[in-house]
Design a protein around this ligand. Structure first.
Ligand code: FAD
Ligand code: NAD
Length: 474
């Protein structure tokens, strides 16, 4: 029986950083992961590296370049003739990026002294772990601490079950081998918008059916409004308040049936991506009598420090409460590995950034204006359009704005909302500012290089006090 200080079950962005930090803390650690790719190969990295964050960003980048070559190069005075897409080459690039990223984890494990075990892990009573290797051989391992990081899986729509061909999840939609002429997307959430954008830019007619009447309700209202305008301009046919009731499949396509304010509707497409959210994944993870509790939505119950309530059993990432984001899981994993080593560690859940990697990109951290209003605390708002940024104009990327929400009483920054070029990079400054409880005055007094996009964050902070320089204050 092998004995470890720490066993991590799950090698995604929550589990593998936990294992690496435990190794850095000089603990004897193993990380068990069962992910199998479509070619039958095992790989660490979980959903994010194999089928989520990384391949989607690869395809977003490629498809955005196609779009720019078709619609923007001429403005720069660049003539390229007819732009065509070699999807097989594009997909090969995506697969190569995924492979390099997942193989990198094995090297990181080696450097940190982590034992990587490929196969299934199951927590047993008394903090033991049953490990079933690739050949089906079972072994009982013991550990002083077990970290559960089993992640999530896509939610299926009962009336539209996945068939892997015409009705697919996000993984399937990332690996299409031909551009669908007509693509249906169920859910105008992050996946729906990112993947809808990819295939629209590559030539699909894309219809997005969203059950809610409001678009992107988690984002600041002004950002959602601006975003909807740009997605429509791209050609995404977003239908809000559309509740899907079923589908008729045939060799020629899928007839989606839905109801909206006007009654029963249908739309015919070739393929459908169902992107209506993800569920925590705990299948065959817990043996009898472990004492680990699952809540009514399927999440493993944990406290603020990711303790499950069972001595020395922890859980992190998508399988526990909070936003299903790779960086949230990573920080939880690292925190737990540090707490196990007796160090002080905490995750600040108030400063987790959200990014939607579309064009324009959308990013935010902290309270929206609507949330600030609801809180009852007096607040002020500053904003700055990228249209007034010299760098954005040079980049031919002037859509969108930066918006800062701050407290009226002590000037503390409550939230920052960006829609525009490199929003996902620009938000890091706001996250750092909020992590240090900075005020708008702190941002105002910070020197931003010229000409950079980050000046828009500076100017938005100045505009909160109506002292912006490069745009009329209102
Ligand atoms: P996972 O990544 O799901 O990893 C869990 C791992 O545990 C898997 O490898 C699984 O096989 C393994 N496992 C489960 N049970 C067992 C078991 N019993 N034994 C052994 N192994 C087991 N987030 C972002 O922050 N940014 C993005 O840009 C982004 N883009 C995304 C795009 C798409 C299309 C999708 C689907 C998701 C995206 N996400 C993004 C979300 C992100 O992928 C998840 O939040 C993240 O992967 C969660 O990490 P995790 O480690 O908790 O779980
Ligand atoms: P989501 O929660 O972002 O969006 C799901 C959308 O589907 C919602 O707008 C919801 O109202 C809608 N919906 C639900 N049921 C529906 C129905 N029956 N018919 C029509 N619409 C319906 O979920 P997602 O887009 O599937 O993404 C899953 C998770 O992955 C998210 O939690 C997200 O955090 C994560 N993710 C993050 C990124 C990123 O950080 N850039 C990218 C992709 C995914």
């Amino acid at each position: 029986m092998s004995e470890y200080d720490v066993i991590v079950i799950g090698g995604g962005p929550a589990g593998y950083p936990a294992a690496i930090r435990a190794g850095q803390n000089k603990l004897k650690v193993a990380c068990i992961d069962e992910w199998v790719n479509k070619d039958g190969s095992y790989a660490f990295g979980g959903t994010c590296l194999n089928a989520g964050c990384i391949p989607s960003k690869a395809m977003l980048e490629s498809s955005e370049l196609v779009h720019r070559a078709q619609h923007e190069f001429a403005t720069h005075g660049i003539k390229v003739g007819e732009v065509s897409v070699d999807l097989a080459a594009m997909q090969k690039r995506r697969a190569g990026i995924v492979k390099a990223s997942t193989q990198g984890i094995s090297a990181l494990f080696k450097a940190a002294g982590v034992t990587g075990l490929q196969g299934h892990g199951k927590l047993l009573k008394g903090n033991k772990v049953e490990y079933t290797n690739k050949d089906g051989k079972k072994e009982e391992l013991t550990a002083k601490h077990v970290i559960l990081a089993s992640g999530s899986s896509p939610t299926e729509l009962k009336s539209l079950p996945f068939d892997g061909k015409q009705i697919v999840d996000s993984w399937g939609a990332l690996e299409f081998d031909a551009v669908p002429k007509r693509l249906g997307v169920i859910g105008a959430g992050i996946i729906g918008l990112e993947l809808g954008s990819v295939w629209r830019r590559l030539g699909s007619e894309v219809v997005v059916l969203e059950a809610l009447d409001t678009f992107l309700p988690a984002a600041d209202g002004a950002v959602s409004k601006e975003a909807l305008k740009h997605f429509k301009k791209l050609g995404l046919d977003i239908r809000l308040g559309a509740k899907v009731s079923g589908a008729d499949k045939s060799a020629s396509g899928v007839k989606l049936k839905y109801t909206d304010g006007k009654g029963e509707q249908t739309v015919e497409v070739d393929k459908v991506v169902v992107a209506i959210g993800r569920r925590p994944f705990t299948k065959d993870l817990l043996g009898d009598g472990t004492g680990v509790q699952i809540d009514e939505r399927g999440f493993i119950k944990v406290d603020h420090d990711c303790k499950t309530g069972v001595d020395n059993v922890w859980a992190v990432g998508d399988v526990v409460r909070g936003p299903m984001l790779a960086h949230k899981g990573k920080e939880e994993g690292v925190m737990v590995a540090d707490l196990i080593a007796g160090k002080i560690a905490e995750v600040n859940y108030k400063t987790i950034p959200s990014v939607i990697y579309t064009h324009p990109e959308i990013a935010w951290v902290g309270q929206t204006e609507e949330e600030a209003k609801k809180s009852g605390r007096a607040y002020k708002v500053g904003s700055f359009p990228f249209l007034a940024s010299g760098r954005a104009r040079a980049m031919e990327s002037t859509a969108g704005f930066v918006k800062v929400v701050a407290a009226q009483d002590d000037d503390e920054i409550l939230g920052v909302h960006i829609i525009g070029p490199m929003a996902g990079e620009l938000i890091a400054e706001a996250v750092l500012a909020m992590e240090y409880s900075a005020s708008t005055e702190d941002l105002q007094r910070t020197i931003h290089a010229h000409p950079t996009l980050s000046e828009a964050v500076h100017e938005a902070a100045l505009n909160a006090d109506k002292i912006a320089i490069d745009f009329p204050n209102r």
